[in-house]
Design a protein around this ligand. Structure first.
Ligand SMILES: Cc1cc2nc3c(=O)[nH]c(=O)nc-3n(C[C@H](O)[C@H](O)[C@H](O)COP(=O)(O)OP(=O)(O)OC[C@H]3O[C@@H](n4cnc5c(N)ncnc54)[C@H](O)[C@@H]3O)c2cc1C
Length: 245
């Protein structure tokens, strides 16, 4: 069910795109970790013992209670780290607005672009011959000017002012599950900009198998109920997610 929601949408948005998203690591057995932390509130024993002793049924029961009640703080005890390459600075500028995540990004101060530049071209531009020509000549001109400044002895931290939003970049991001669910709600939404939406869909595709109960209905709000975008709705909701047992 989730696969049909995720695949296709991401692939269509990413056709011909260089985005590379790797789930580097995550909390082992994230659902058990979250359930043990939540159960601790009402247990006479510690979280370490609960982590070992809780049955799978007990884990599912606790997860259902915290998710349906909105008592989500325990979701902060499991986290995920992604390596994201081949995306634009336009994307990462939006990504880093999510303040409860952690980031490290390739620096335009310390990395000088000496070789061939890599630019992310929006598919809608690439598909239009005239727009594509404008895009290529503008990005090439900007990059040529950047190199001229470097050659003139201007530091990379100042020459980079000429680099466009289309410049390719790399970033590492870590999010706990609570923040990840929030990010996925906003950025899988069809109102989100195409590149960050494609990223969010890829991230969901990667995390879903690691915690299928938690991520069962993750993504845009329309998967769980009415669209939360109000008058701004795209009018084209995703299929509804299955209900939790
Ligand atoms: C479709 C779309 C269009 C957008 N358009 C624009 C735009 O035109 N201009 C623009 O500037 N931005 C825009 N944004 C970015 C948006 O305003 C948010 O900055 C971004 O989505 C991060 O969301 P957030 O603050 O909820 O998330 P996070 O920073 O990840 O925070 C998660 C949650 O933590 C809580 N939180 C975090 N920090 C605080 C705090 N300081 N005080 C209280 N609670 C806090 C909030 O509940 C928040 O929802 C857009 C986003 C989307 C999805």
């Amino acid at each position: 069910m989730l696969a049909s929601f995720v695949f296709g949408a991401a692939d269509a948005a990413l056709e011909g795109h260089s985005m590379d998203v790797v789930l580097l690591y995550h909390t082992p057995d994230p659902e058990r970790a979250v359930a043990a932390a939540a159960r601790l509130c009402y247990a006479p024993v510690g979280a370490a013992e609960l982590l070992e002793s809780m049955s799978d049924e007990a884990v599912a029961k606790v997860l259902k209670i915290i998710i349906t009640s909105g008592h989500l703080s325990a979701l902060e005890h499991a986290s995920y780290t992604f390596a994201i390459d081949g995306v634009s600075r336009a994307l990462t500028h939006q990504l880093v607005r999510h303040r409860l995540a952690s980031y490290n990004q390739q620096s335009q101060r310390y990395v000088r672009y000496d070789g061939e530049p890599a630019f992310i071209e929006p598919p809608v531009v690439a598909a239009d011959a005239a727009a594509h020509e404008i895009f290529v000549s503008a990005t090439e001109a900007a990059f040529a000017a950047y190199k001229q400044l470097l050659d003139a002895g201007i530091p990379a931290e100042d020459a980079r002012y000429l680099l466009p939003n289309a410049m390719e970049t790399k970033i590492v991001v870590s999010m706990n599950i609570r923040e990840l669910l929030h990010f996925l709600e906003l950025r899988c939404c069809k109102r989100a900009q195409w590149e960050i939406r494609a990223l969010a869909l890829r991230m969901l595709e990667l995390v879903e198998p690691t915690a299928p109960y938690i991520f069962l209905d993750a993504g845009a709000s329309c998967r769980r109920g009415p669209c939360r975008e109000g008058k701004m709705t795209c009018g084209d909701p995703y299929p509804k997610a299955p209900k939790r047992d």
